[in-house]
Structures are given as C-alpha cells and as structure tokens.
Design a binder for this molecule. Sequence first.
Ligand code: GLY
Length: 575
Amino acid sequence: MKNFYKIFSVLLFLSLIFCNDAFALQLGRRAKHGMVVSANDIATKVGVEVLKKGGNAIDAAVAVGFTLAVTFPSAGNIGGGGFLVYYRNDGFNTTIDYREKAPSSAYKDMYLDSLGQPIPFKSTKDVTSAGVPGSVAGLLFALEKYGTMSLKDLIQPAIDLAENGFKLSYELAQSFNSNYDEFVNYPSSKKIFTKNDEKWSEGDLFVQKDLAKTLKLIQQKGRNGFYEGETAQLIVNQVKANGGFISIEDLKNYRPVERPPIKGTYRGYEIISMGPPSSGGIALIQALNILENKKFEKNDFHSSEHLHYLIETLKHVFSDRAEYLGDSDFVKIPVNRLISKEYAKEIFNSIKNDKAISAKEINPRMFQFRESIETTHYSIYDSYGNAVSVTTTINSSYGSSVVVDGAGFLLNNEMDDFSIKPGYPNQFDLIGNNANSIEPNKRMLSSMTPTIVLCECIPSGKDKRPFLIVGSPGGSMIITSVLQVLMNVIDFGPMGMDIKTAIDLPRIHHQWLPEEVFYESFSIAKDVMEKLELFGHKFTPRNSMGRVEGILIDEKNGIIFGASDSRGYGLAEGF
Ligand code: GLY
C-alpha cells in the first residue's frame, strides 16, 4: 500500500510537471532577459549565447544571420538579401535595406522572347534569375553602426558549423531530398546538397568546407571578403559560364541603404515596419487602417463578418500594391496617401457588408493586365530593451538551386520578384506594372514585413515600448500572415490571446488576383463559408501559409514570450 502511494505521488508529480510544460508551450517560451526566435534551432541557440554574453540584439541578429546561412540553407543565406527593422531602447528606430539589386546589365524585357512572351523559368531558375546579393553587406553595416561585438566572434559559430558539420534533422534531410531533382542539374550544387549523389538521412553529418572558407574570408576582410577578390570572382565565374548577368563591378558597387521605417498606428499601438522596396510595411499599415474602422470583439474571430472585412480589405491593399509599389529610389510612390487614415476610411466606406467586390471593380486599370515559397524570419529582444526584426530570403526554397562552385553558397532567384511583364504573374501569382519593372541597379519589390509593434502598456508618459516583434516567410502571404497575427493579439484578446496561439491559429489569404480566398484547414466553419459564398467569395484550400517567428513582451509582468510557428520546425529560446 505504501508503495502504491509512492508510485501514485510520483505519477502525480510528473503529471503536474507535464501539464505545466504543456501550458508553457501553449503560451510560448518564457524568459526574463532576452529571447531569440528563428526557423532553426541551432541558429536560435547561437543567438541566445550572444545575448547571454552581453551582446545586444543587433549582435545576435548578425550571428543568427550567418548561422542560418549554414544550418538553414533553403532560405538563410549569404547569396540573397533581406530587411532589418531595429528599435533601440532609447526610442530611436530605423531600418536597413539589403535587398538584392538588378545587375547593371539588366533591362526591362530581359526575360521575354522575341514575341514579347516570358521565357519559361528564366527569371525563376538558374543563374539568370539571380540579383546582386545584399545580405553580407547588410549584416556588416548593421554590426558596424549598431552592434557592440566583433565580427570575428559573431561569425565564428557559423564557420565552425560549416567546417565541422552538424547532424541533419529529419526535416532538413527531407528538405534537401525534396529538392534533389533540382540540385543534380548543377554539379556545384550536387556536390554540396546530395550525399555523394544519394539522398540524405536524419543524423547524417553535413559538412560545408567551401562555405567555411567563404565565411573565413568575410571574417578576415569584412565586406571585401565577399564583394571583392576570390569570392567575387567565383560568383562571376559561376554566373558568366551559364548566361547570367552579375559582374565584378556589380558586386563591388553593392551598398545597403538605411531608410526610415514606415510607421502607422492600430488601436493605439504603434507599428514600425519596412518601407519600399518592400511592399510589406505599406500594405500592413494600409490594411490595419482600413480594419480599424470596424470594432471586433474576442468572439468575432473568423466569424463571417471578420473574414468578409479582412478579405475585402486585402483585395484593395494588393490592388494598390500591384499598381503603385516598387523601388522608391526609382519610382515615385504615393506613400503618405496609401498609409493615411483618410484613404483607409474611403476604402472602408466602399466595402459592402454583404457582397464581395470583384477584382475588376476595384481596379479596372490594372485588371486589364492581368509568391515553395521560402524566405525566413527571426525576431530578437535583448536584456537592454532593444528589438530586432529581420526577414531574409533567396526567394524560392534554395533560391536558384545553383551553388557558387568553390564558394559553397546558393545564389538567389530574386529577379522573379520584378514584374517581368506588366500583368504577368510571378511565382507567387503577384502581378505588377512599371513601378516594379526591371531597370539596371533597381531593387525588386518584396513582400517581406519585418515588424515591431510598440505599446504604452505601462502608462509612464515615456516612449512606447516594444510589445510585439514579428515577421514571416511566404511570398505574398507574408503580409497577410503578419496582419492576422497582429489582429489576433490586439483584437481578439490583448494579453488574452497568447503569442503562440495567435501564430498557430489557421489563416486565410486574398491578394486581389487571383479572385480566390485561400484558406488553411480548420480555418472556416462550414456555415460561415456558405454564408460568405452567398456574398460572392470563392474559396480554395491551401496547405500552409507563412511561418511566423514572434516575440510578445509583457512589460508589466517582466516576461518575454517567444513562439515559433508550428507550421515550421524553428525554436524560440530565451534566458
Ligand atoms: N522573395 C519574396 C519577397 O521578397 O517578397
């Protein structure tokens, strides 16, 4: 009997621990000092170590960025580009644009044949699809200006992981294998991403000696270790041998740009996000401005009313994206109007509460013309109160699938984010016009939406403080994923809907064209869908939308919550 009680109390104790853990997981990871959330567990742990050593969020972002290039090569990169949004603890905020650029020899119709028709795959595959990479320049710029630690120390974990290898997770092995048919087309890619021409298994050691060498050159020579000398020559050799466009001069001339963030407000929260050449910040703020005109209660989540207004809003936002947005260094964008509350009110007033508007009614000008989706996001909050939100990409999963021989990294296929022909959809079915047409040295329009939300959660009369740090991959679905997570937290339970639930709940997507509402499993109840179909909405199921990596800061209670989207296999970890 005594033994029975012993066993019973041990089981009770274990079940309490288990329940407590399950509860903690539901809320996301908790920490008191700092948090890193990325799509890859190894990269997250590298970032947390930097924070523990006293590095700030920028230091950690640089270490995570280089590590992702080694441990998450489908989207982490040194051969692509990205955007970083930074909030410093004294209230200063800024963004760093290290988006890829069109090579200087690029021209408007470079992906069209003599009849003006798009040449299949020229903008999406092979070296012809690559823009001039920006990631290395961007990360080094951020470190020099806002970091505190040495590049030597921050890049060392990435070098070690490339040099000595790391054991493949089940997911990463599967990911390499699912791209096998692409990798075998290129000897340089086959060498790295197949196991002696065979497929990989979980637990295999994945070593990248060439990449380690390139990272060491960056460690020794800074940006010149990538944009000049041996690495630059290897890139150009790879590109020129196969009809690509990037030149030695293009690499030498690449510079990141520090730009003011795009800012807005939503129900008293302040939104800080990425401006052009990303459409993300403008689209997010425009959508929030429109939706602010409607009051939602907690139980309205995914009601017919909530979904109808969300869908109608998205149609307007993506129509404006297609018409007006591109690289603001090349085209004039009516930013102030697009993110004004007045314009949002006009759009809101035009939305009928029981009828879906057609794409043509919204924008007949653009209608006449008629985004594997990989990219990755990481969010960081440090013990000093600084926040960093970074989204980075080589566009498709594994970019162009072409590894630079001898340098060990993948080239992006970002040129497809240009509008290669007015109205012709890119791989994300996004269309555009002249604002996003190809020009030499222009940056292609992006949907990346690295965002920081501030609140005055403890009324102090001081600056607002970081409340949410979020972003996502997913092409055009980046914008809608970030929007829905923000609404989930702010509209459906401020401090009530936790960050993990807000991220994991199923999502929907509409991008004006095609005229379809895409939805994840379990996102819409049957009767709600039937009602919305009567309004004129058409529904198409879709597997998975975005992979949000987010942090929520509960300043009042001194808790930092981190959550990695259950759609992926990342890690939130703090200390
Ligand atoms: N390549 C995806 C994006 O930048 O939106």
